[in-house]
Design a binder for this molecule. Sequence first.
Ligand code: NAP
Ligand code: MG
Length: 493
Amino acid sequence: MSAATAAPPRKAAVPKIRQTKLLIGGEWCDAASGKTFATMNPVTEEKIADVAYAGEADVDRAVKAARKAFESGPWHTMDARDRGRLMNRLADLIEQNQEELAALETLDNGKPIRDSRAADIPLVIDCLRYYAGWADKISGQTIPIRGDYFCYTRREPTGVAGQIIPWNFPALMTAWKWGPALAAGCTIVMKPAEQTPLSCLRLGELAMEAGIPAGVINILPGFGDTGAAIVKHRGVDKIAFTGSTETAQFIMRDAAPSLKRLTFELGGKSPNIVFADCDLDAAVAGSEFGLFFNQGQCCCAGSRVFVEEKIHAKFVEQIVSRAQARKLGDPFDSETTQGPQVDRDQFDKIMRYIESGKNAGAECLTGGQRVGDRGFFVAPTVFDRVTDDMEIAQDEIFGPVMSILPFKNLDEVVQRANTTCYGLAAAVWTRDVAKAHHIANSVRAGTVWINCYDVFDAAAPFGGFKMSGMGRELGEAALANYTELKTVTMNLK
Ligand code: NAP
Ligand code: MG
């Protein structure tokens, strides 16, 4: 058996931290201010490493480097096939360093190694390969217009893209942002989240090793002020942001003076609708996965589980037993299915929501408390008899807290599913095809899963209705975020 196909060890090795600096114009450097911040291990609550903290001066240098690489890179002016080839080379290097990257993600974020290995890093590779394929396929149209003219469109890269990402899928969010931007010929100033900068920095090293020209990808770890400086900078043409709806509102205000292009992938309170005619075992397993995966820290988490009254008792019994069977513990152990929440702020926020649910009169069937006294572990929690007006049914909790809301009929559940300000995703479990499509057409959400949950593919667009976002990521749709359409008309007389 070759090394590549050998089963990974049950206990992953703690990776070496190779990179903690800023990447600007192809050079790794300290912040101009000399400032650093600590990235923490959410299992031990101890520091992993000090990371350079980018300030305004660094943002300015990075934007200038990205502008220079955009103007004279070469990047968008190079043969598009070569751009695709460099992206594929980056994907190959990630593949060769998969185990290290998976372990780095687990160390910084706390997610189980089984998930980093099976989901995060393979999806990163897929995403970059998918967009590498697009690099030489971005084209315009010829348009038959009135008169003796030749009219055609070109899709040109938007320019310098500021990309700001959260901590729940640090490497994957990096790939979702880099893929379409690089394929389109844009250059990048990226800010990873303060909690989880390490995998993005390592990907930056691999991008340099792959031969992506200096200045095409710049990486600035930091906090909200670093992000705000990128948003306000006049040299940035476009902002792509994933995170909270509240921060998106700040970004919109900060971007207004320069009318930057904006795409947002934000929060959710996704309805997961379980009908009595479903395959119950599949629905219970899918509902568990849809909510508890990634410690509940998913923008599309199925956090409102609507269960038809007729099967309510059976569903509740099974989901509670599955929640109780989840294996909390050391995320480096491949048996572990649930790690800690990412940091103290998130942990405290979740515990406040759990109290809110109890005080509002929802029945806490299991969980509802911290596990252990070190690390941010929250017991898988299931609330039953949740009503639409409760805070736990309205707000994004972003933790392992499921709310079960019983319902009686189809029209009622559609109306209730649509009662939040969000519209990111929804799921329906039923054997009735007509009912499934009725839900798919009636729920105001960017993604609907039928008899499945969290099925992602680089080719399938993802994004939100209402306050869950603007624009779409992934698929051909995401290329529109990084291109401007130009119309050229030539007089043929
Ligand atoms: P957040 O504040 O929206 O953070 C997301 C990113 O935006 C981080 O890189 C953050 O920097 C940066 N940022 C913060 N303020 C900014 C500003 N004024 N201008 C530009 N960039 C700014 O989210 P959070 O505080 O980590 O989490 C809060 C809640 O957001 C969660 O509980 C959850 O409900 C939601 N959330 C949603 C997603 C999603 O996938 N849609 C992901 C994460 C969180 P820092 O490094 O300083 O944070
Ligand atoms: Mg960390």
